[in-house]
Design a protein around this ligand. Sequence first.
Ligand code: PMP
Length: 381
Amino acid sequence: MIYLDACATTKPYEEVLRSFMTVNEQYYANPNSPHKFASTVQTLIEASEEQFTSHFQTEHAYIYTSGATESNNIALLGVARRKKQFGQTIVASPIEHPSILNPLKQLEKEGFNILWMNVDQYGCVDIDSFSNLMSTDVILVTCMAINNIVGSIQPIKALGEMLQHYPKAHFHVDMTQAVGKMDLNMFELSKVDSFSFSAHKFHGIKGIGGLAIMNDNQLQPIQYGGQQQTTIKSGTINVPAIVSMAKALNESSKLKINRYNEFIQQKDGIHRYIQKNMPKIKLNSDIEHTVPHVINLSFKGVTGEVIVNALNEYDIYVSTTSACHSKHQSLNETLSHMNMSVEEIKGSIRISFDDILSNETLDELLKALREIYKSVEEVMN
Ligand code: PMP
């Protein structure tokens, strides 16, 4: 099997599963209980927190959630509702994941005014349009770091710098497709008020993630309970999952950051091969503006589903636009904002990598793509 759908999820590392099992077996006390066993378990959370702090190199505190969807909801709904008295305007990127776009729709129903940044042909938000939208009425700005459809790198550092002039505006960044995959220094997270991530995108287990937050007074809770973590997040703390997430982050980032340049070379090689041998395919993930572990391409005149199904026959697994969207019929927002035609959007597939491919695997992928291309070339535009 050749699994090339790492943006949807990754396989947990063995040591991650082992640490999850060990904590479940040996450190199962509720960390909020008053006894010594509970204190031991509490130290495991603290050790994990130290690992997050050392990885992200910022002063954020962490709220542990079921994943980025929950983190994004807590951040957007929480900040907007808390800050409503100071302003009603939110500035957002329009190519966000549904776990950002749908809370924004909810906030719109509650009376907030959402202003959308422009997006260029590479899938990057436009800084000038951002600065034109900013005013002292803005209480929240949200923009992802890495887009999950084409892998475009967003100008988080520049946005953070501009937002220093608007101290009332909370800056939230969805870091889901960046964490554990690349050096995060380029984003300057110290200027970001909150950011979200999910462990299963970096070889952790599913159902655990985090919201890093500078000041949780900026949030109104969206759920109520025993306040086990803070007033913002209630429920018995999932210690085994948190410990295993810290393990996953260490292991994944160690491997991927060191090999980032190799990922770039691999992507470049695949792009060149496609340009030479499959000239009717449109490449949607420009090398300069996107991360190397994501390749999005369009078979114009053929649907992405046809290509995904054809690759299934070779035991190769890729995605259409994204697993989160593929059950819905509407055209993908990211590709639409990149001014692609309906045919290009419908014909797009996403290949996403969690490791450098061996020469053998790379050959298998390119051979399969070429054979499929030959079989549909006549109907392509
Ligand atoms: N944001 C982005 C950019 C994503 O790619 C995803 C997952 N596809 C999420 C948020 C949501 O993550 P989860 O499903 O783990 O909550």
